[in-house]
Design a protein around this ligand. Sequence first.
Ligand code: URA
Length: 214
Amino acid sequence: MRIIDDPKVIVIDHPLIVHKLTQIRNKNTGTNEFRRIVNEIGGLMVYEITRDLELEDVEIETPLAKLKTKQLAGEKLCVCPILRAGLGMVEGILQLIPSARVGHIGLYRNEETLEPVEYFAKFPNKLEDRLIIVVDPMLATGGRAVSAISLIKKRGGKNFKFVCLVAAPEGVKRLREAHPDVPIYIAALDDHLNDKGYIVPGLGDAGDRIFGTK
Ligand code: URA
């Protein structure tokens, strides 16, 4: 795990993640493989991201002896994909944390104000007690991530981590400024945004590549 100058921007550049990211950046990678690998990277990233989950003491019996050991301290998790591309990482994350709850948030861009507007939101209860892992493969301008986290905060969310595959410096800056409490975990920090809002070199439209749409 490599941390660039801001300790709350964490680039998870594990060799398996770097390799898999190269595969999905390749324009010749088809939908089936793209979808599978996005999920795999989601699982690998969440493995690192949950490194600081609390453990509690527990006593069990193995087939041979009593053992004082540790288990997860029942910290309640909520994975929250931003629709629709965020859905592509959820299954991979749930394979590692099957008991996590899943919230959904959908935002569209108002063409006049250019601001994201909520069109769908559904969350588990007790958001205020949960670690909320907001997931979106691409952090481009940062507008959707900022709005999604603001909306979840309005509903009581307090403890967040934001996870994406590829980020543009512009999006990282905007999200850090708007929500300085939220650490950002990324697999790669790319060069820039082009005039259409795509991350360069990026991987194209993540939603279209996951779902096979155009
Ligand atoms: N959303 C995407 O899917 N790709 C980008 O490059 C930017 C935003």
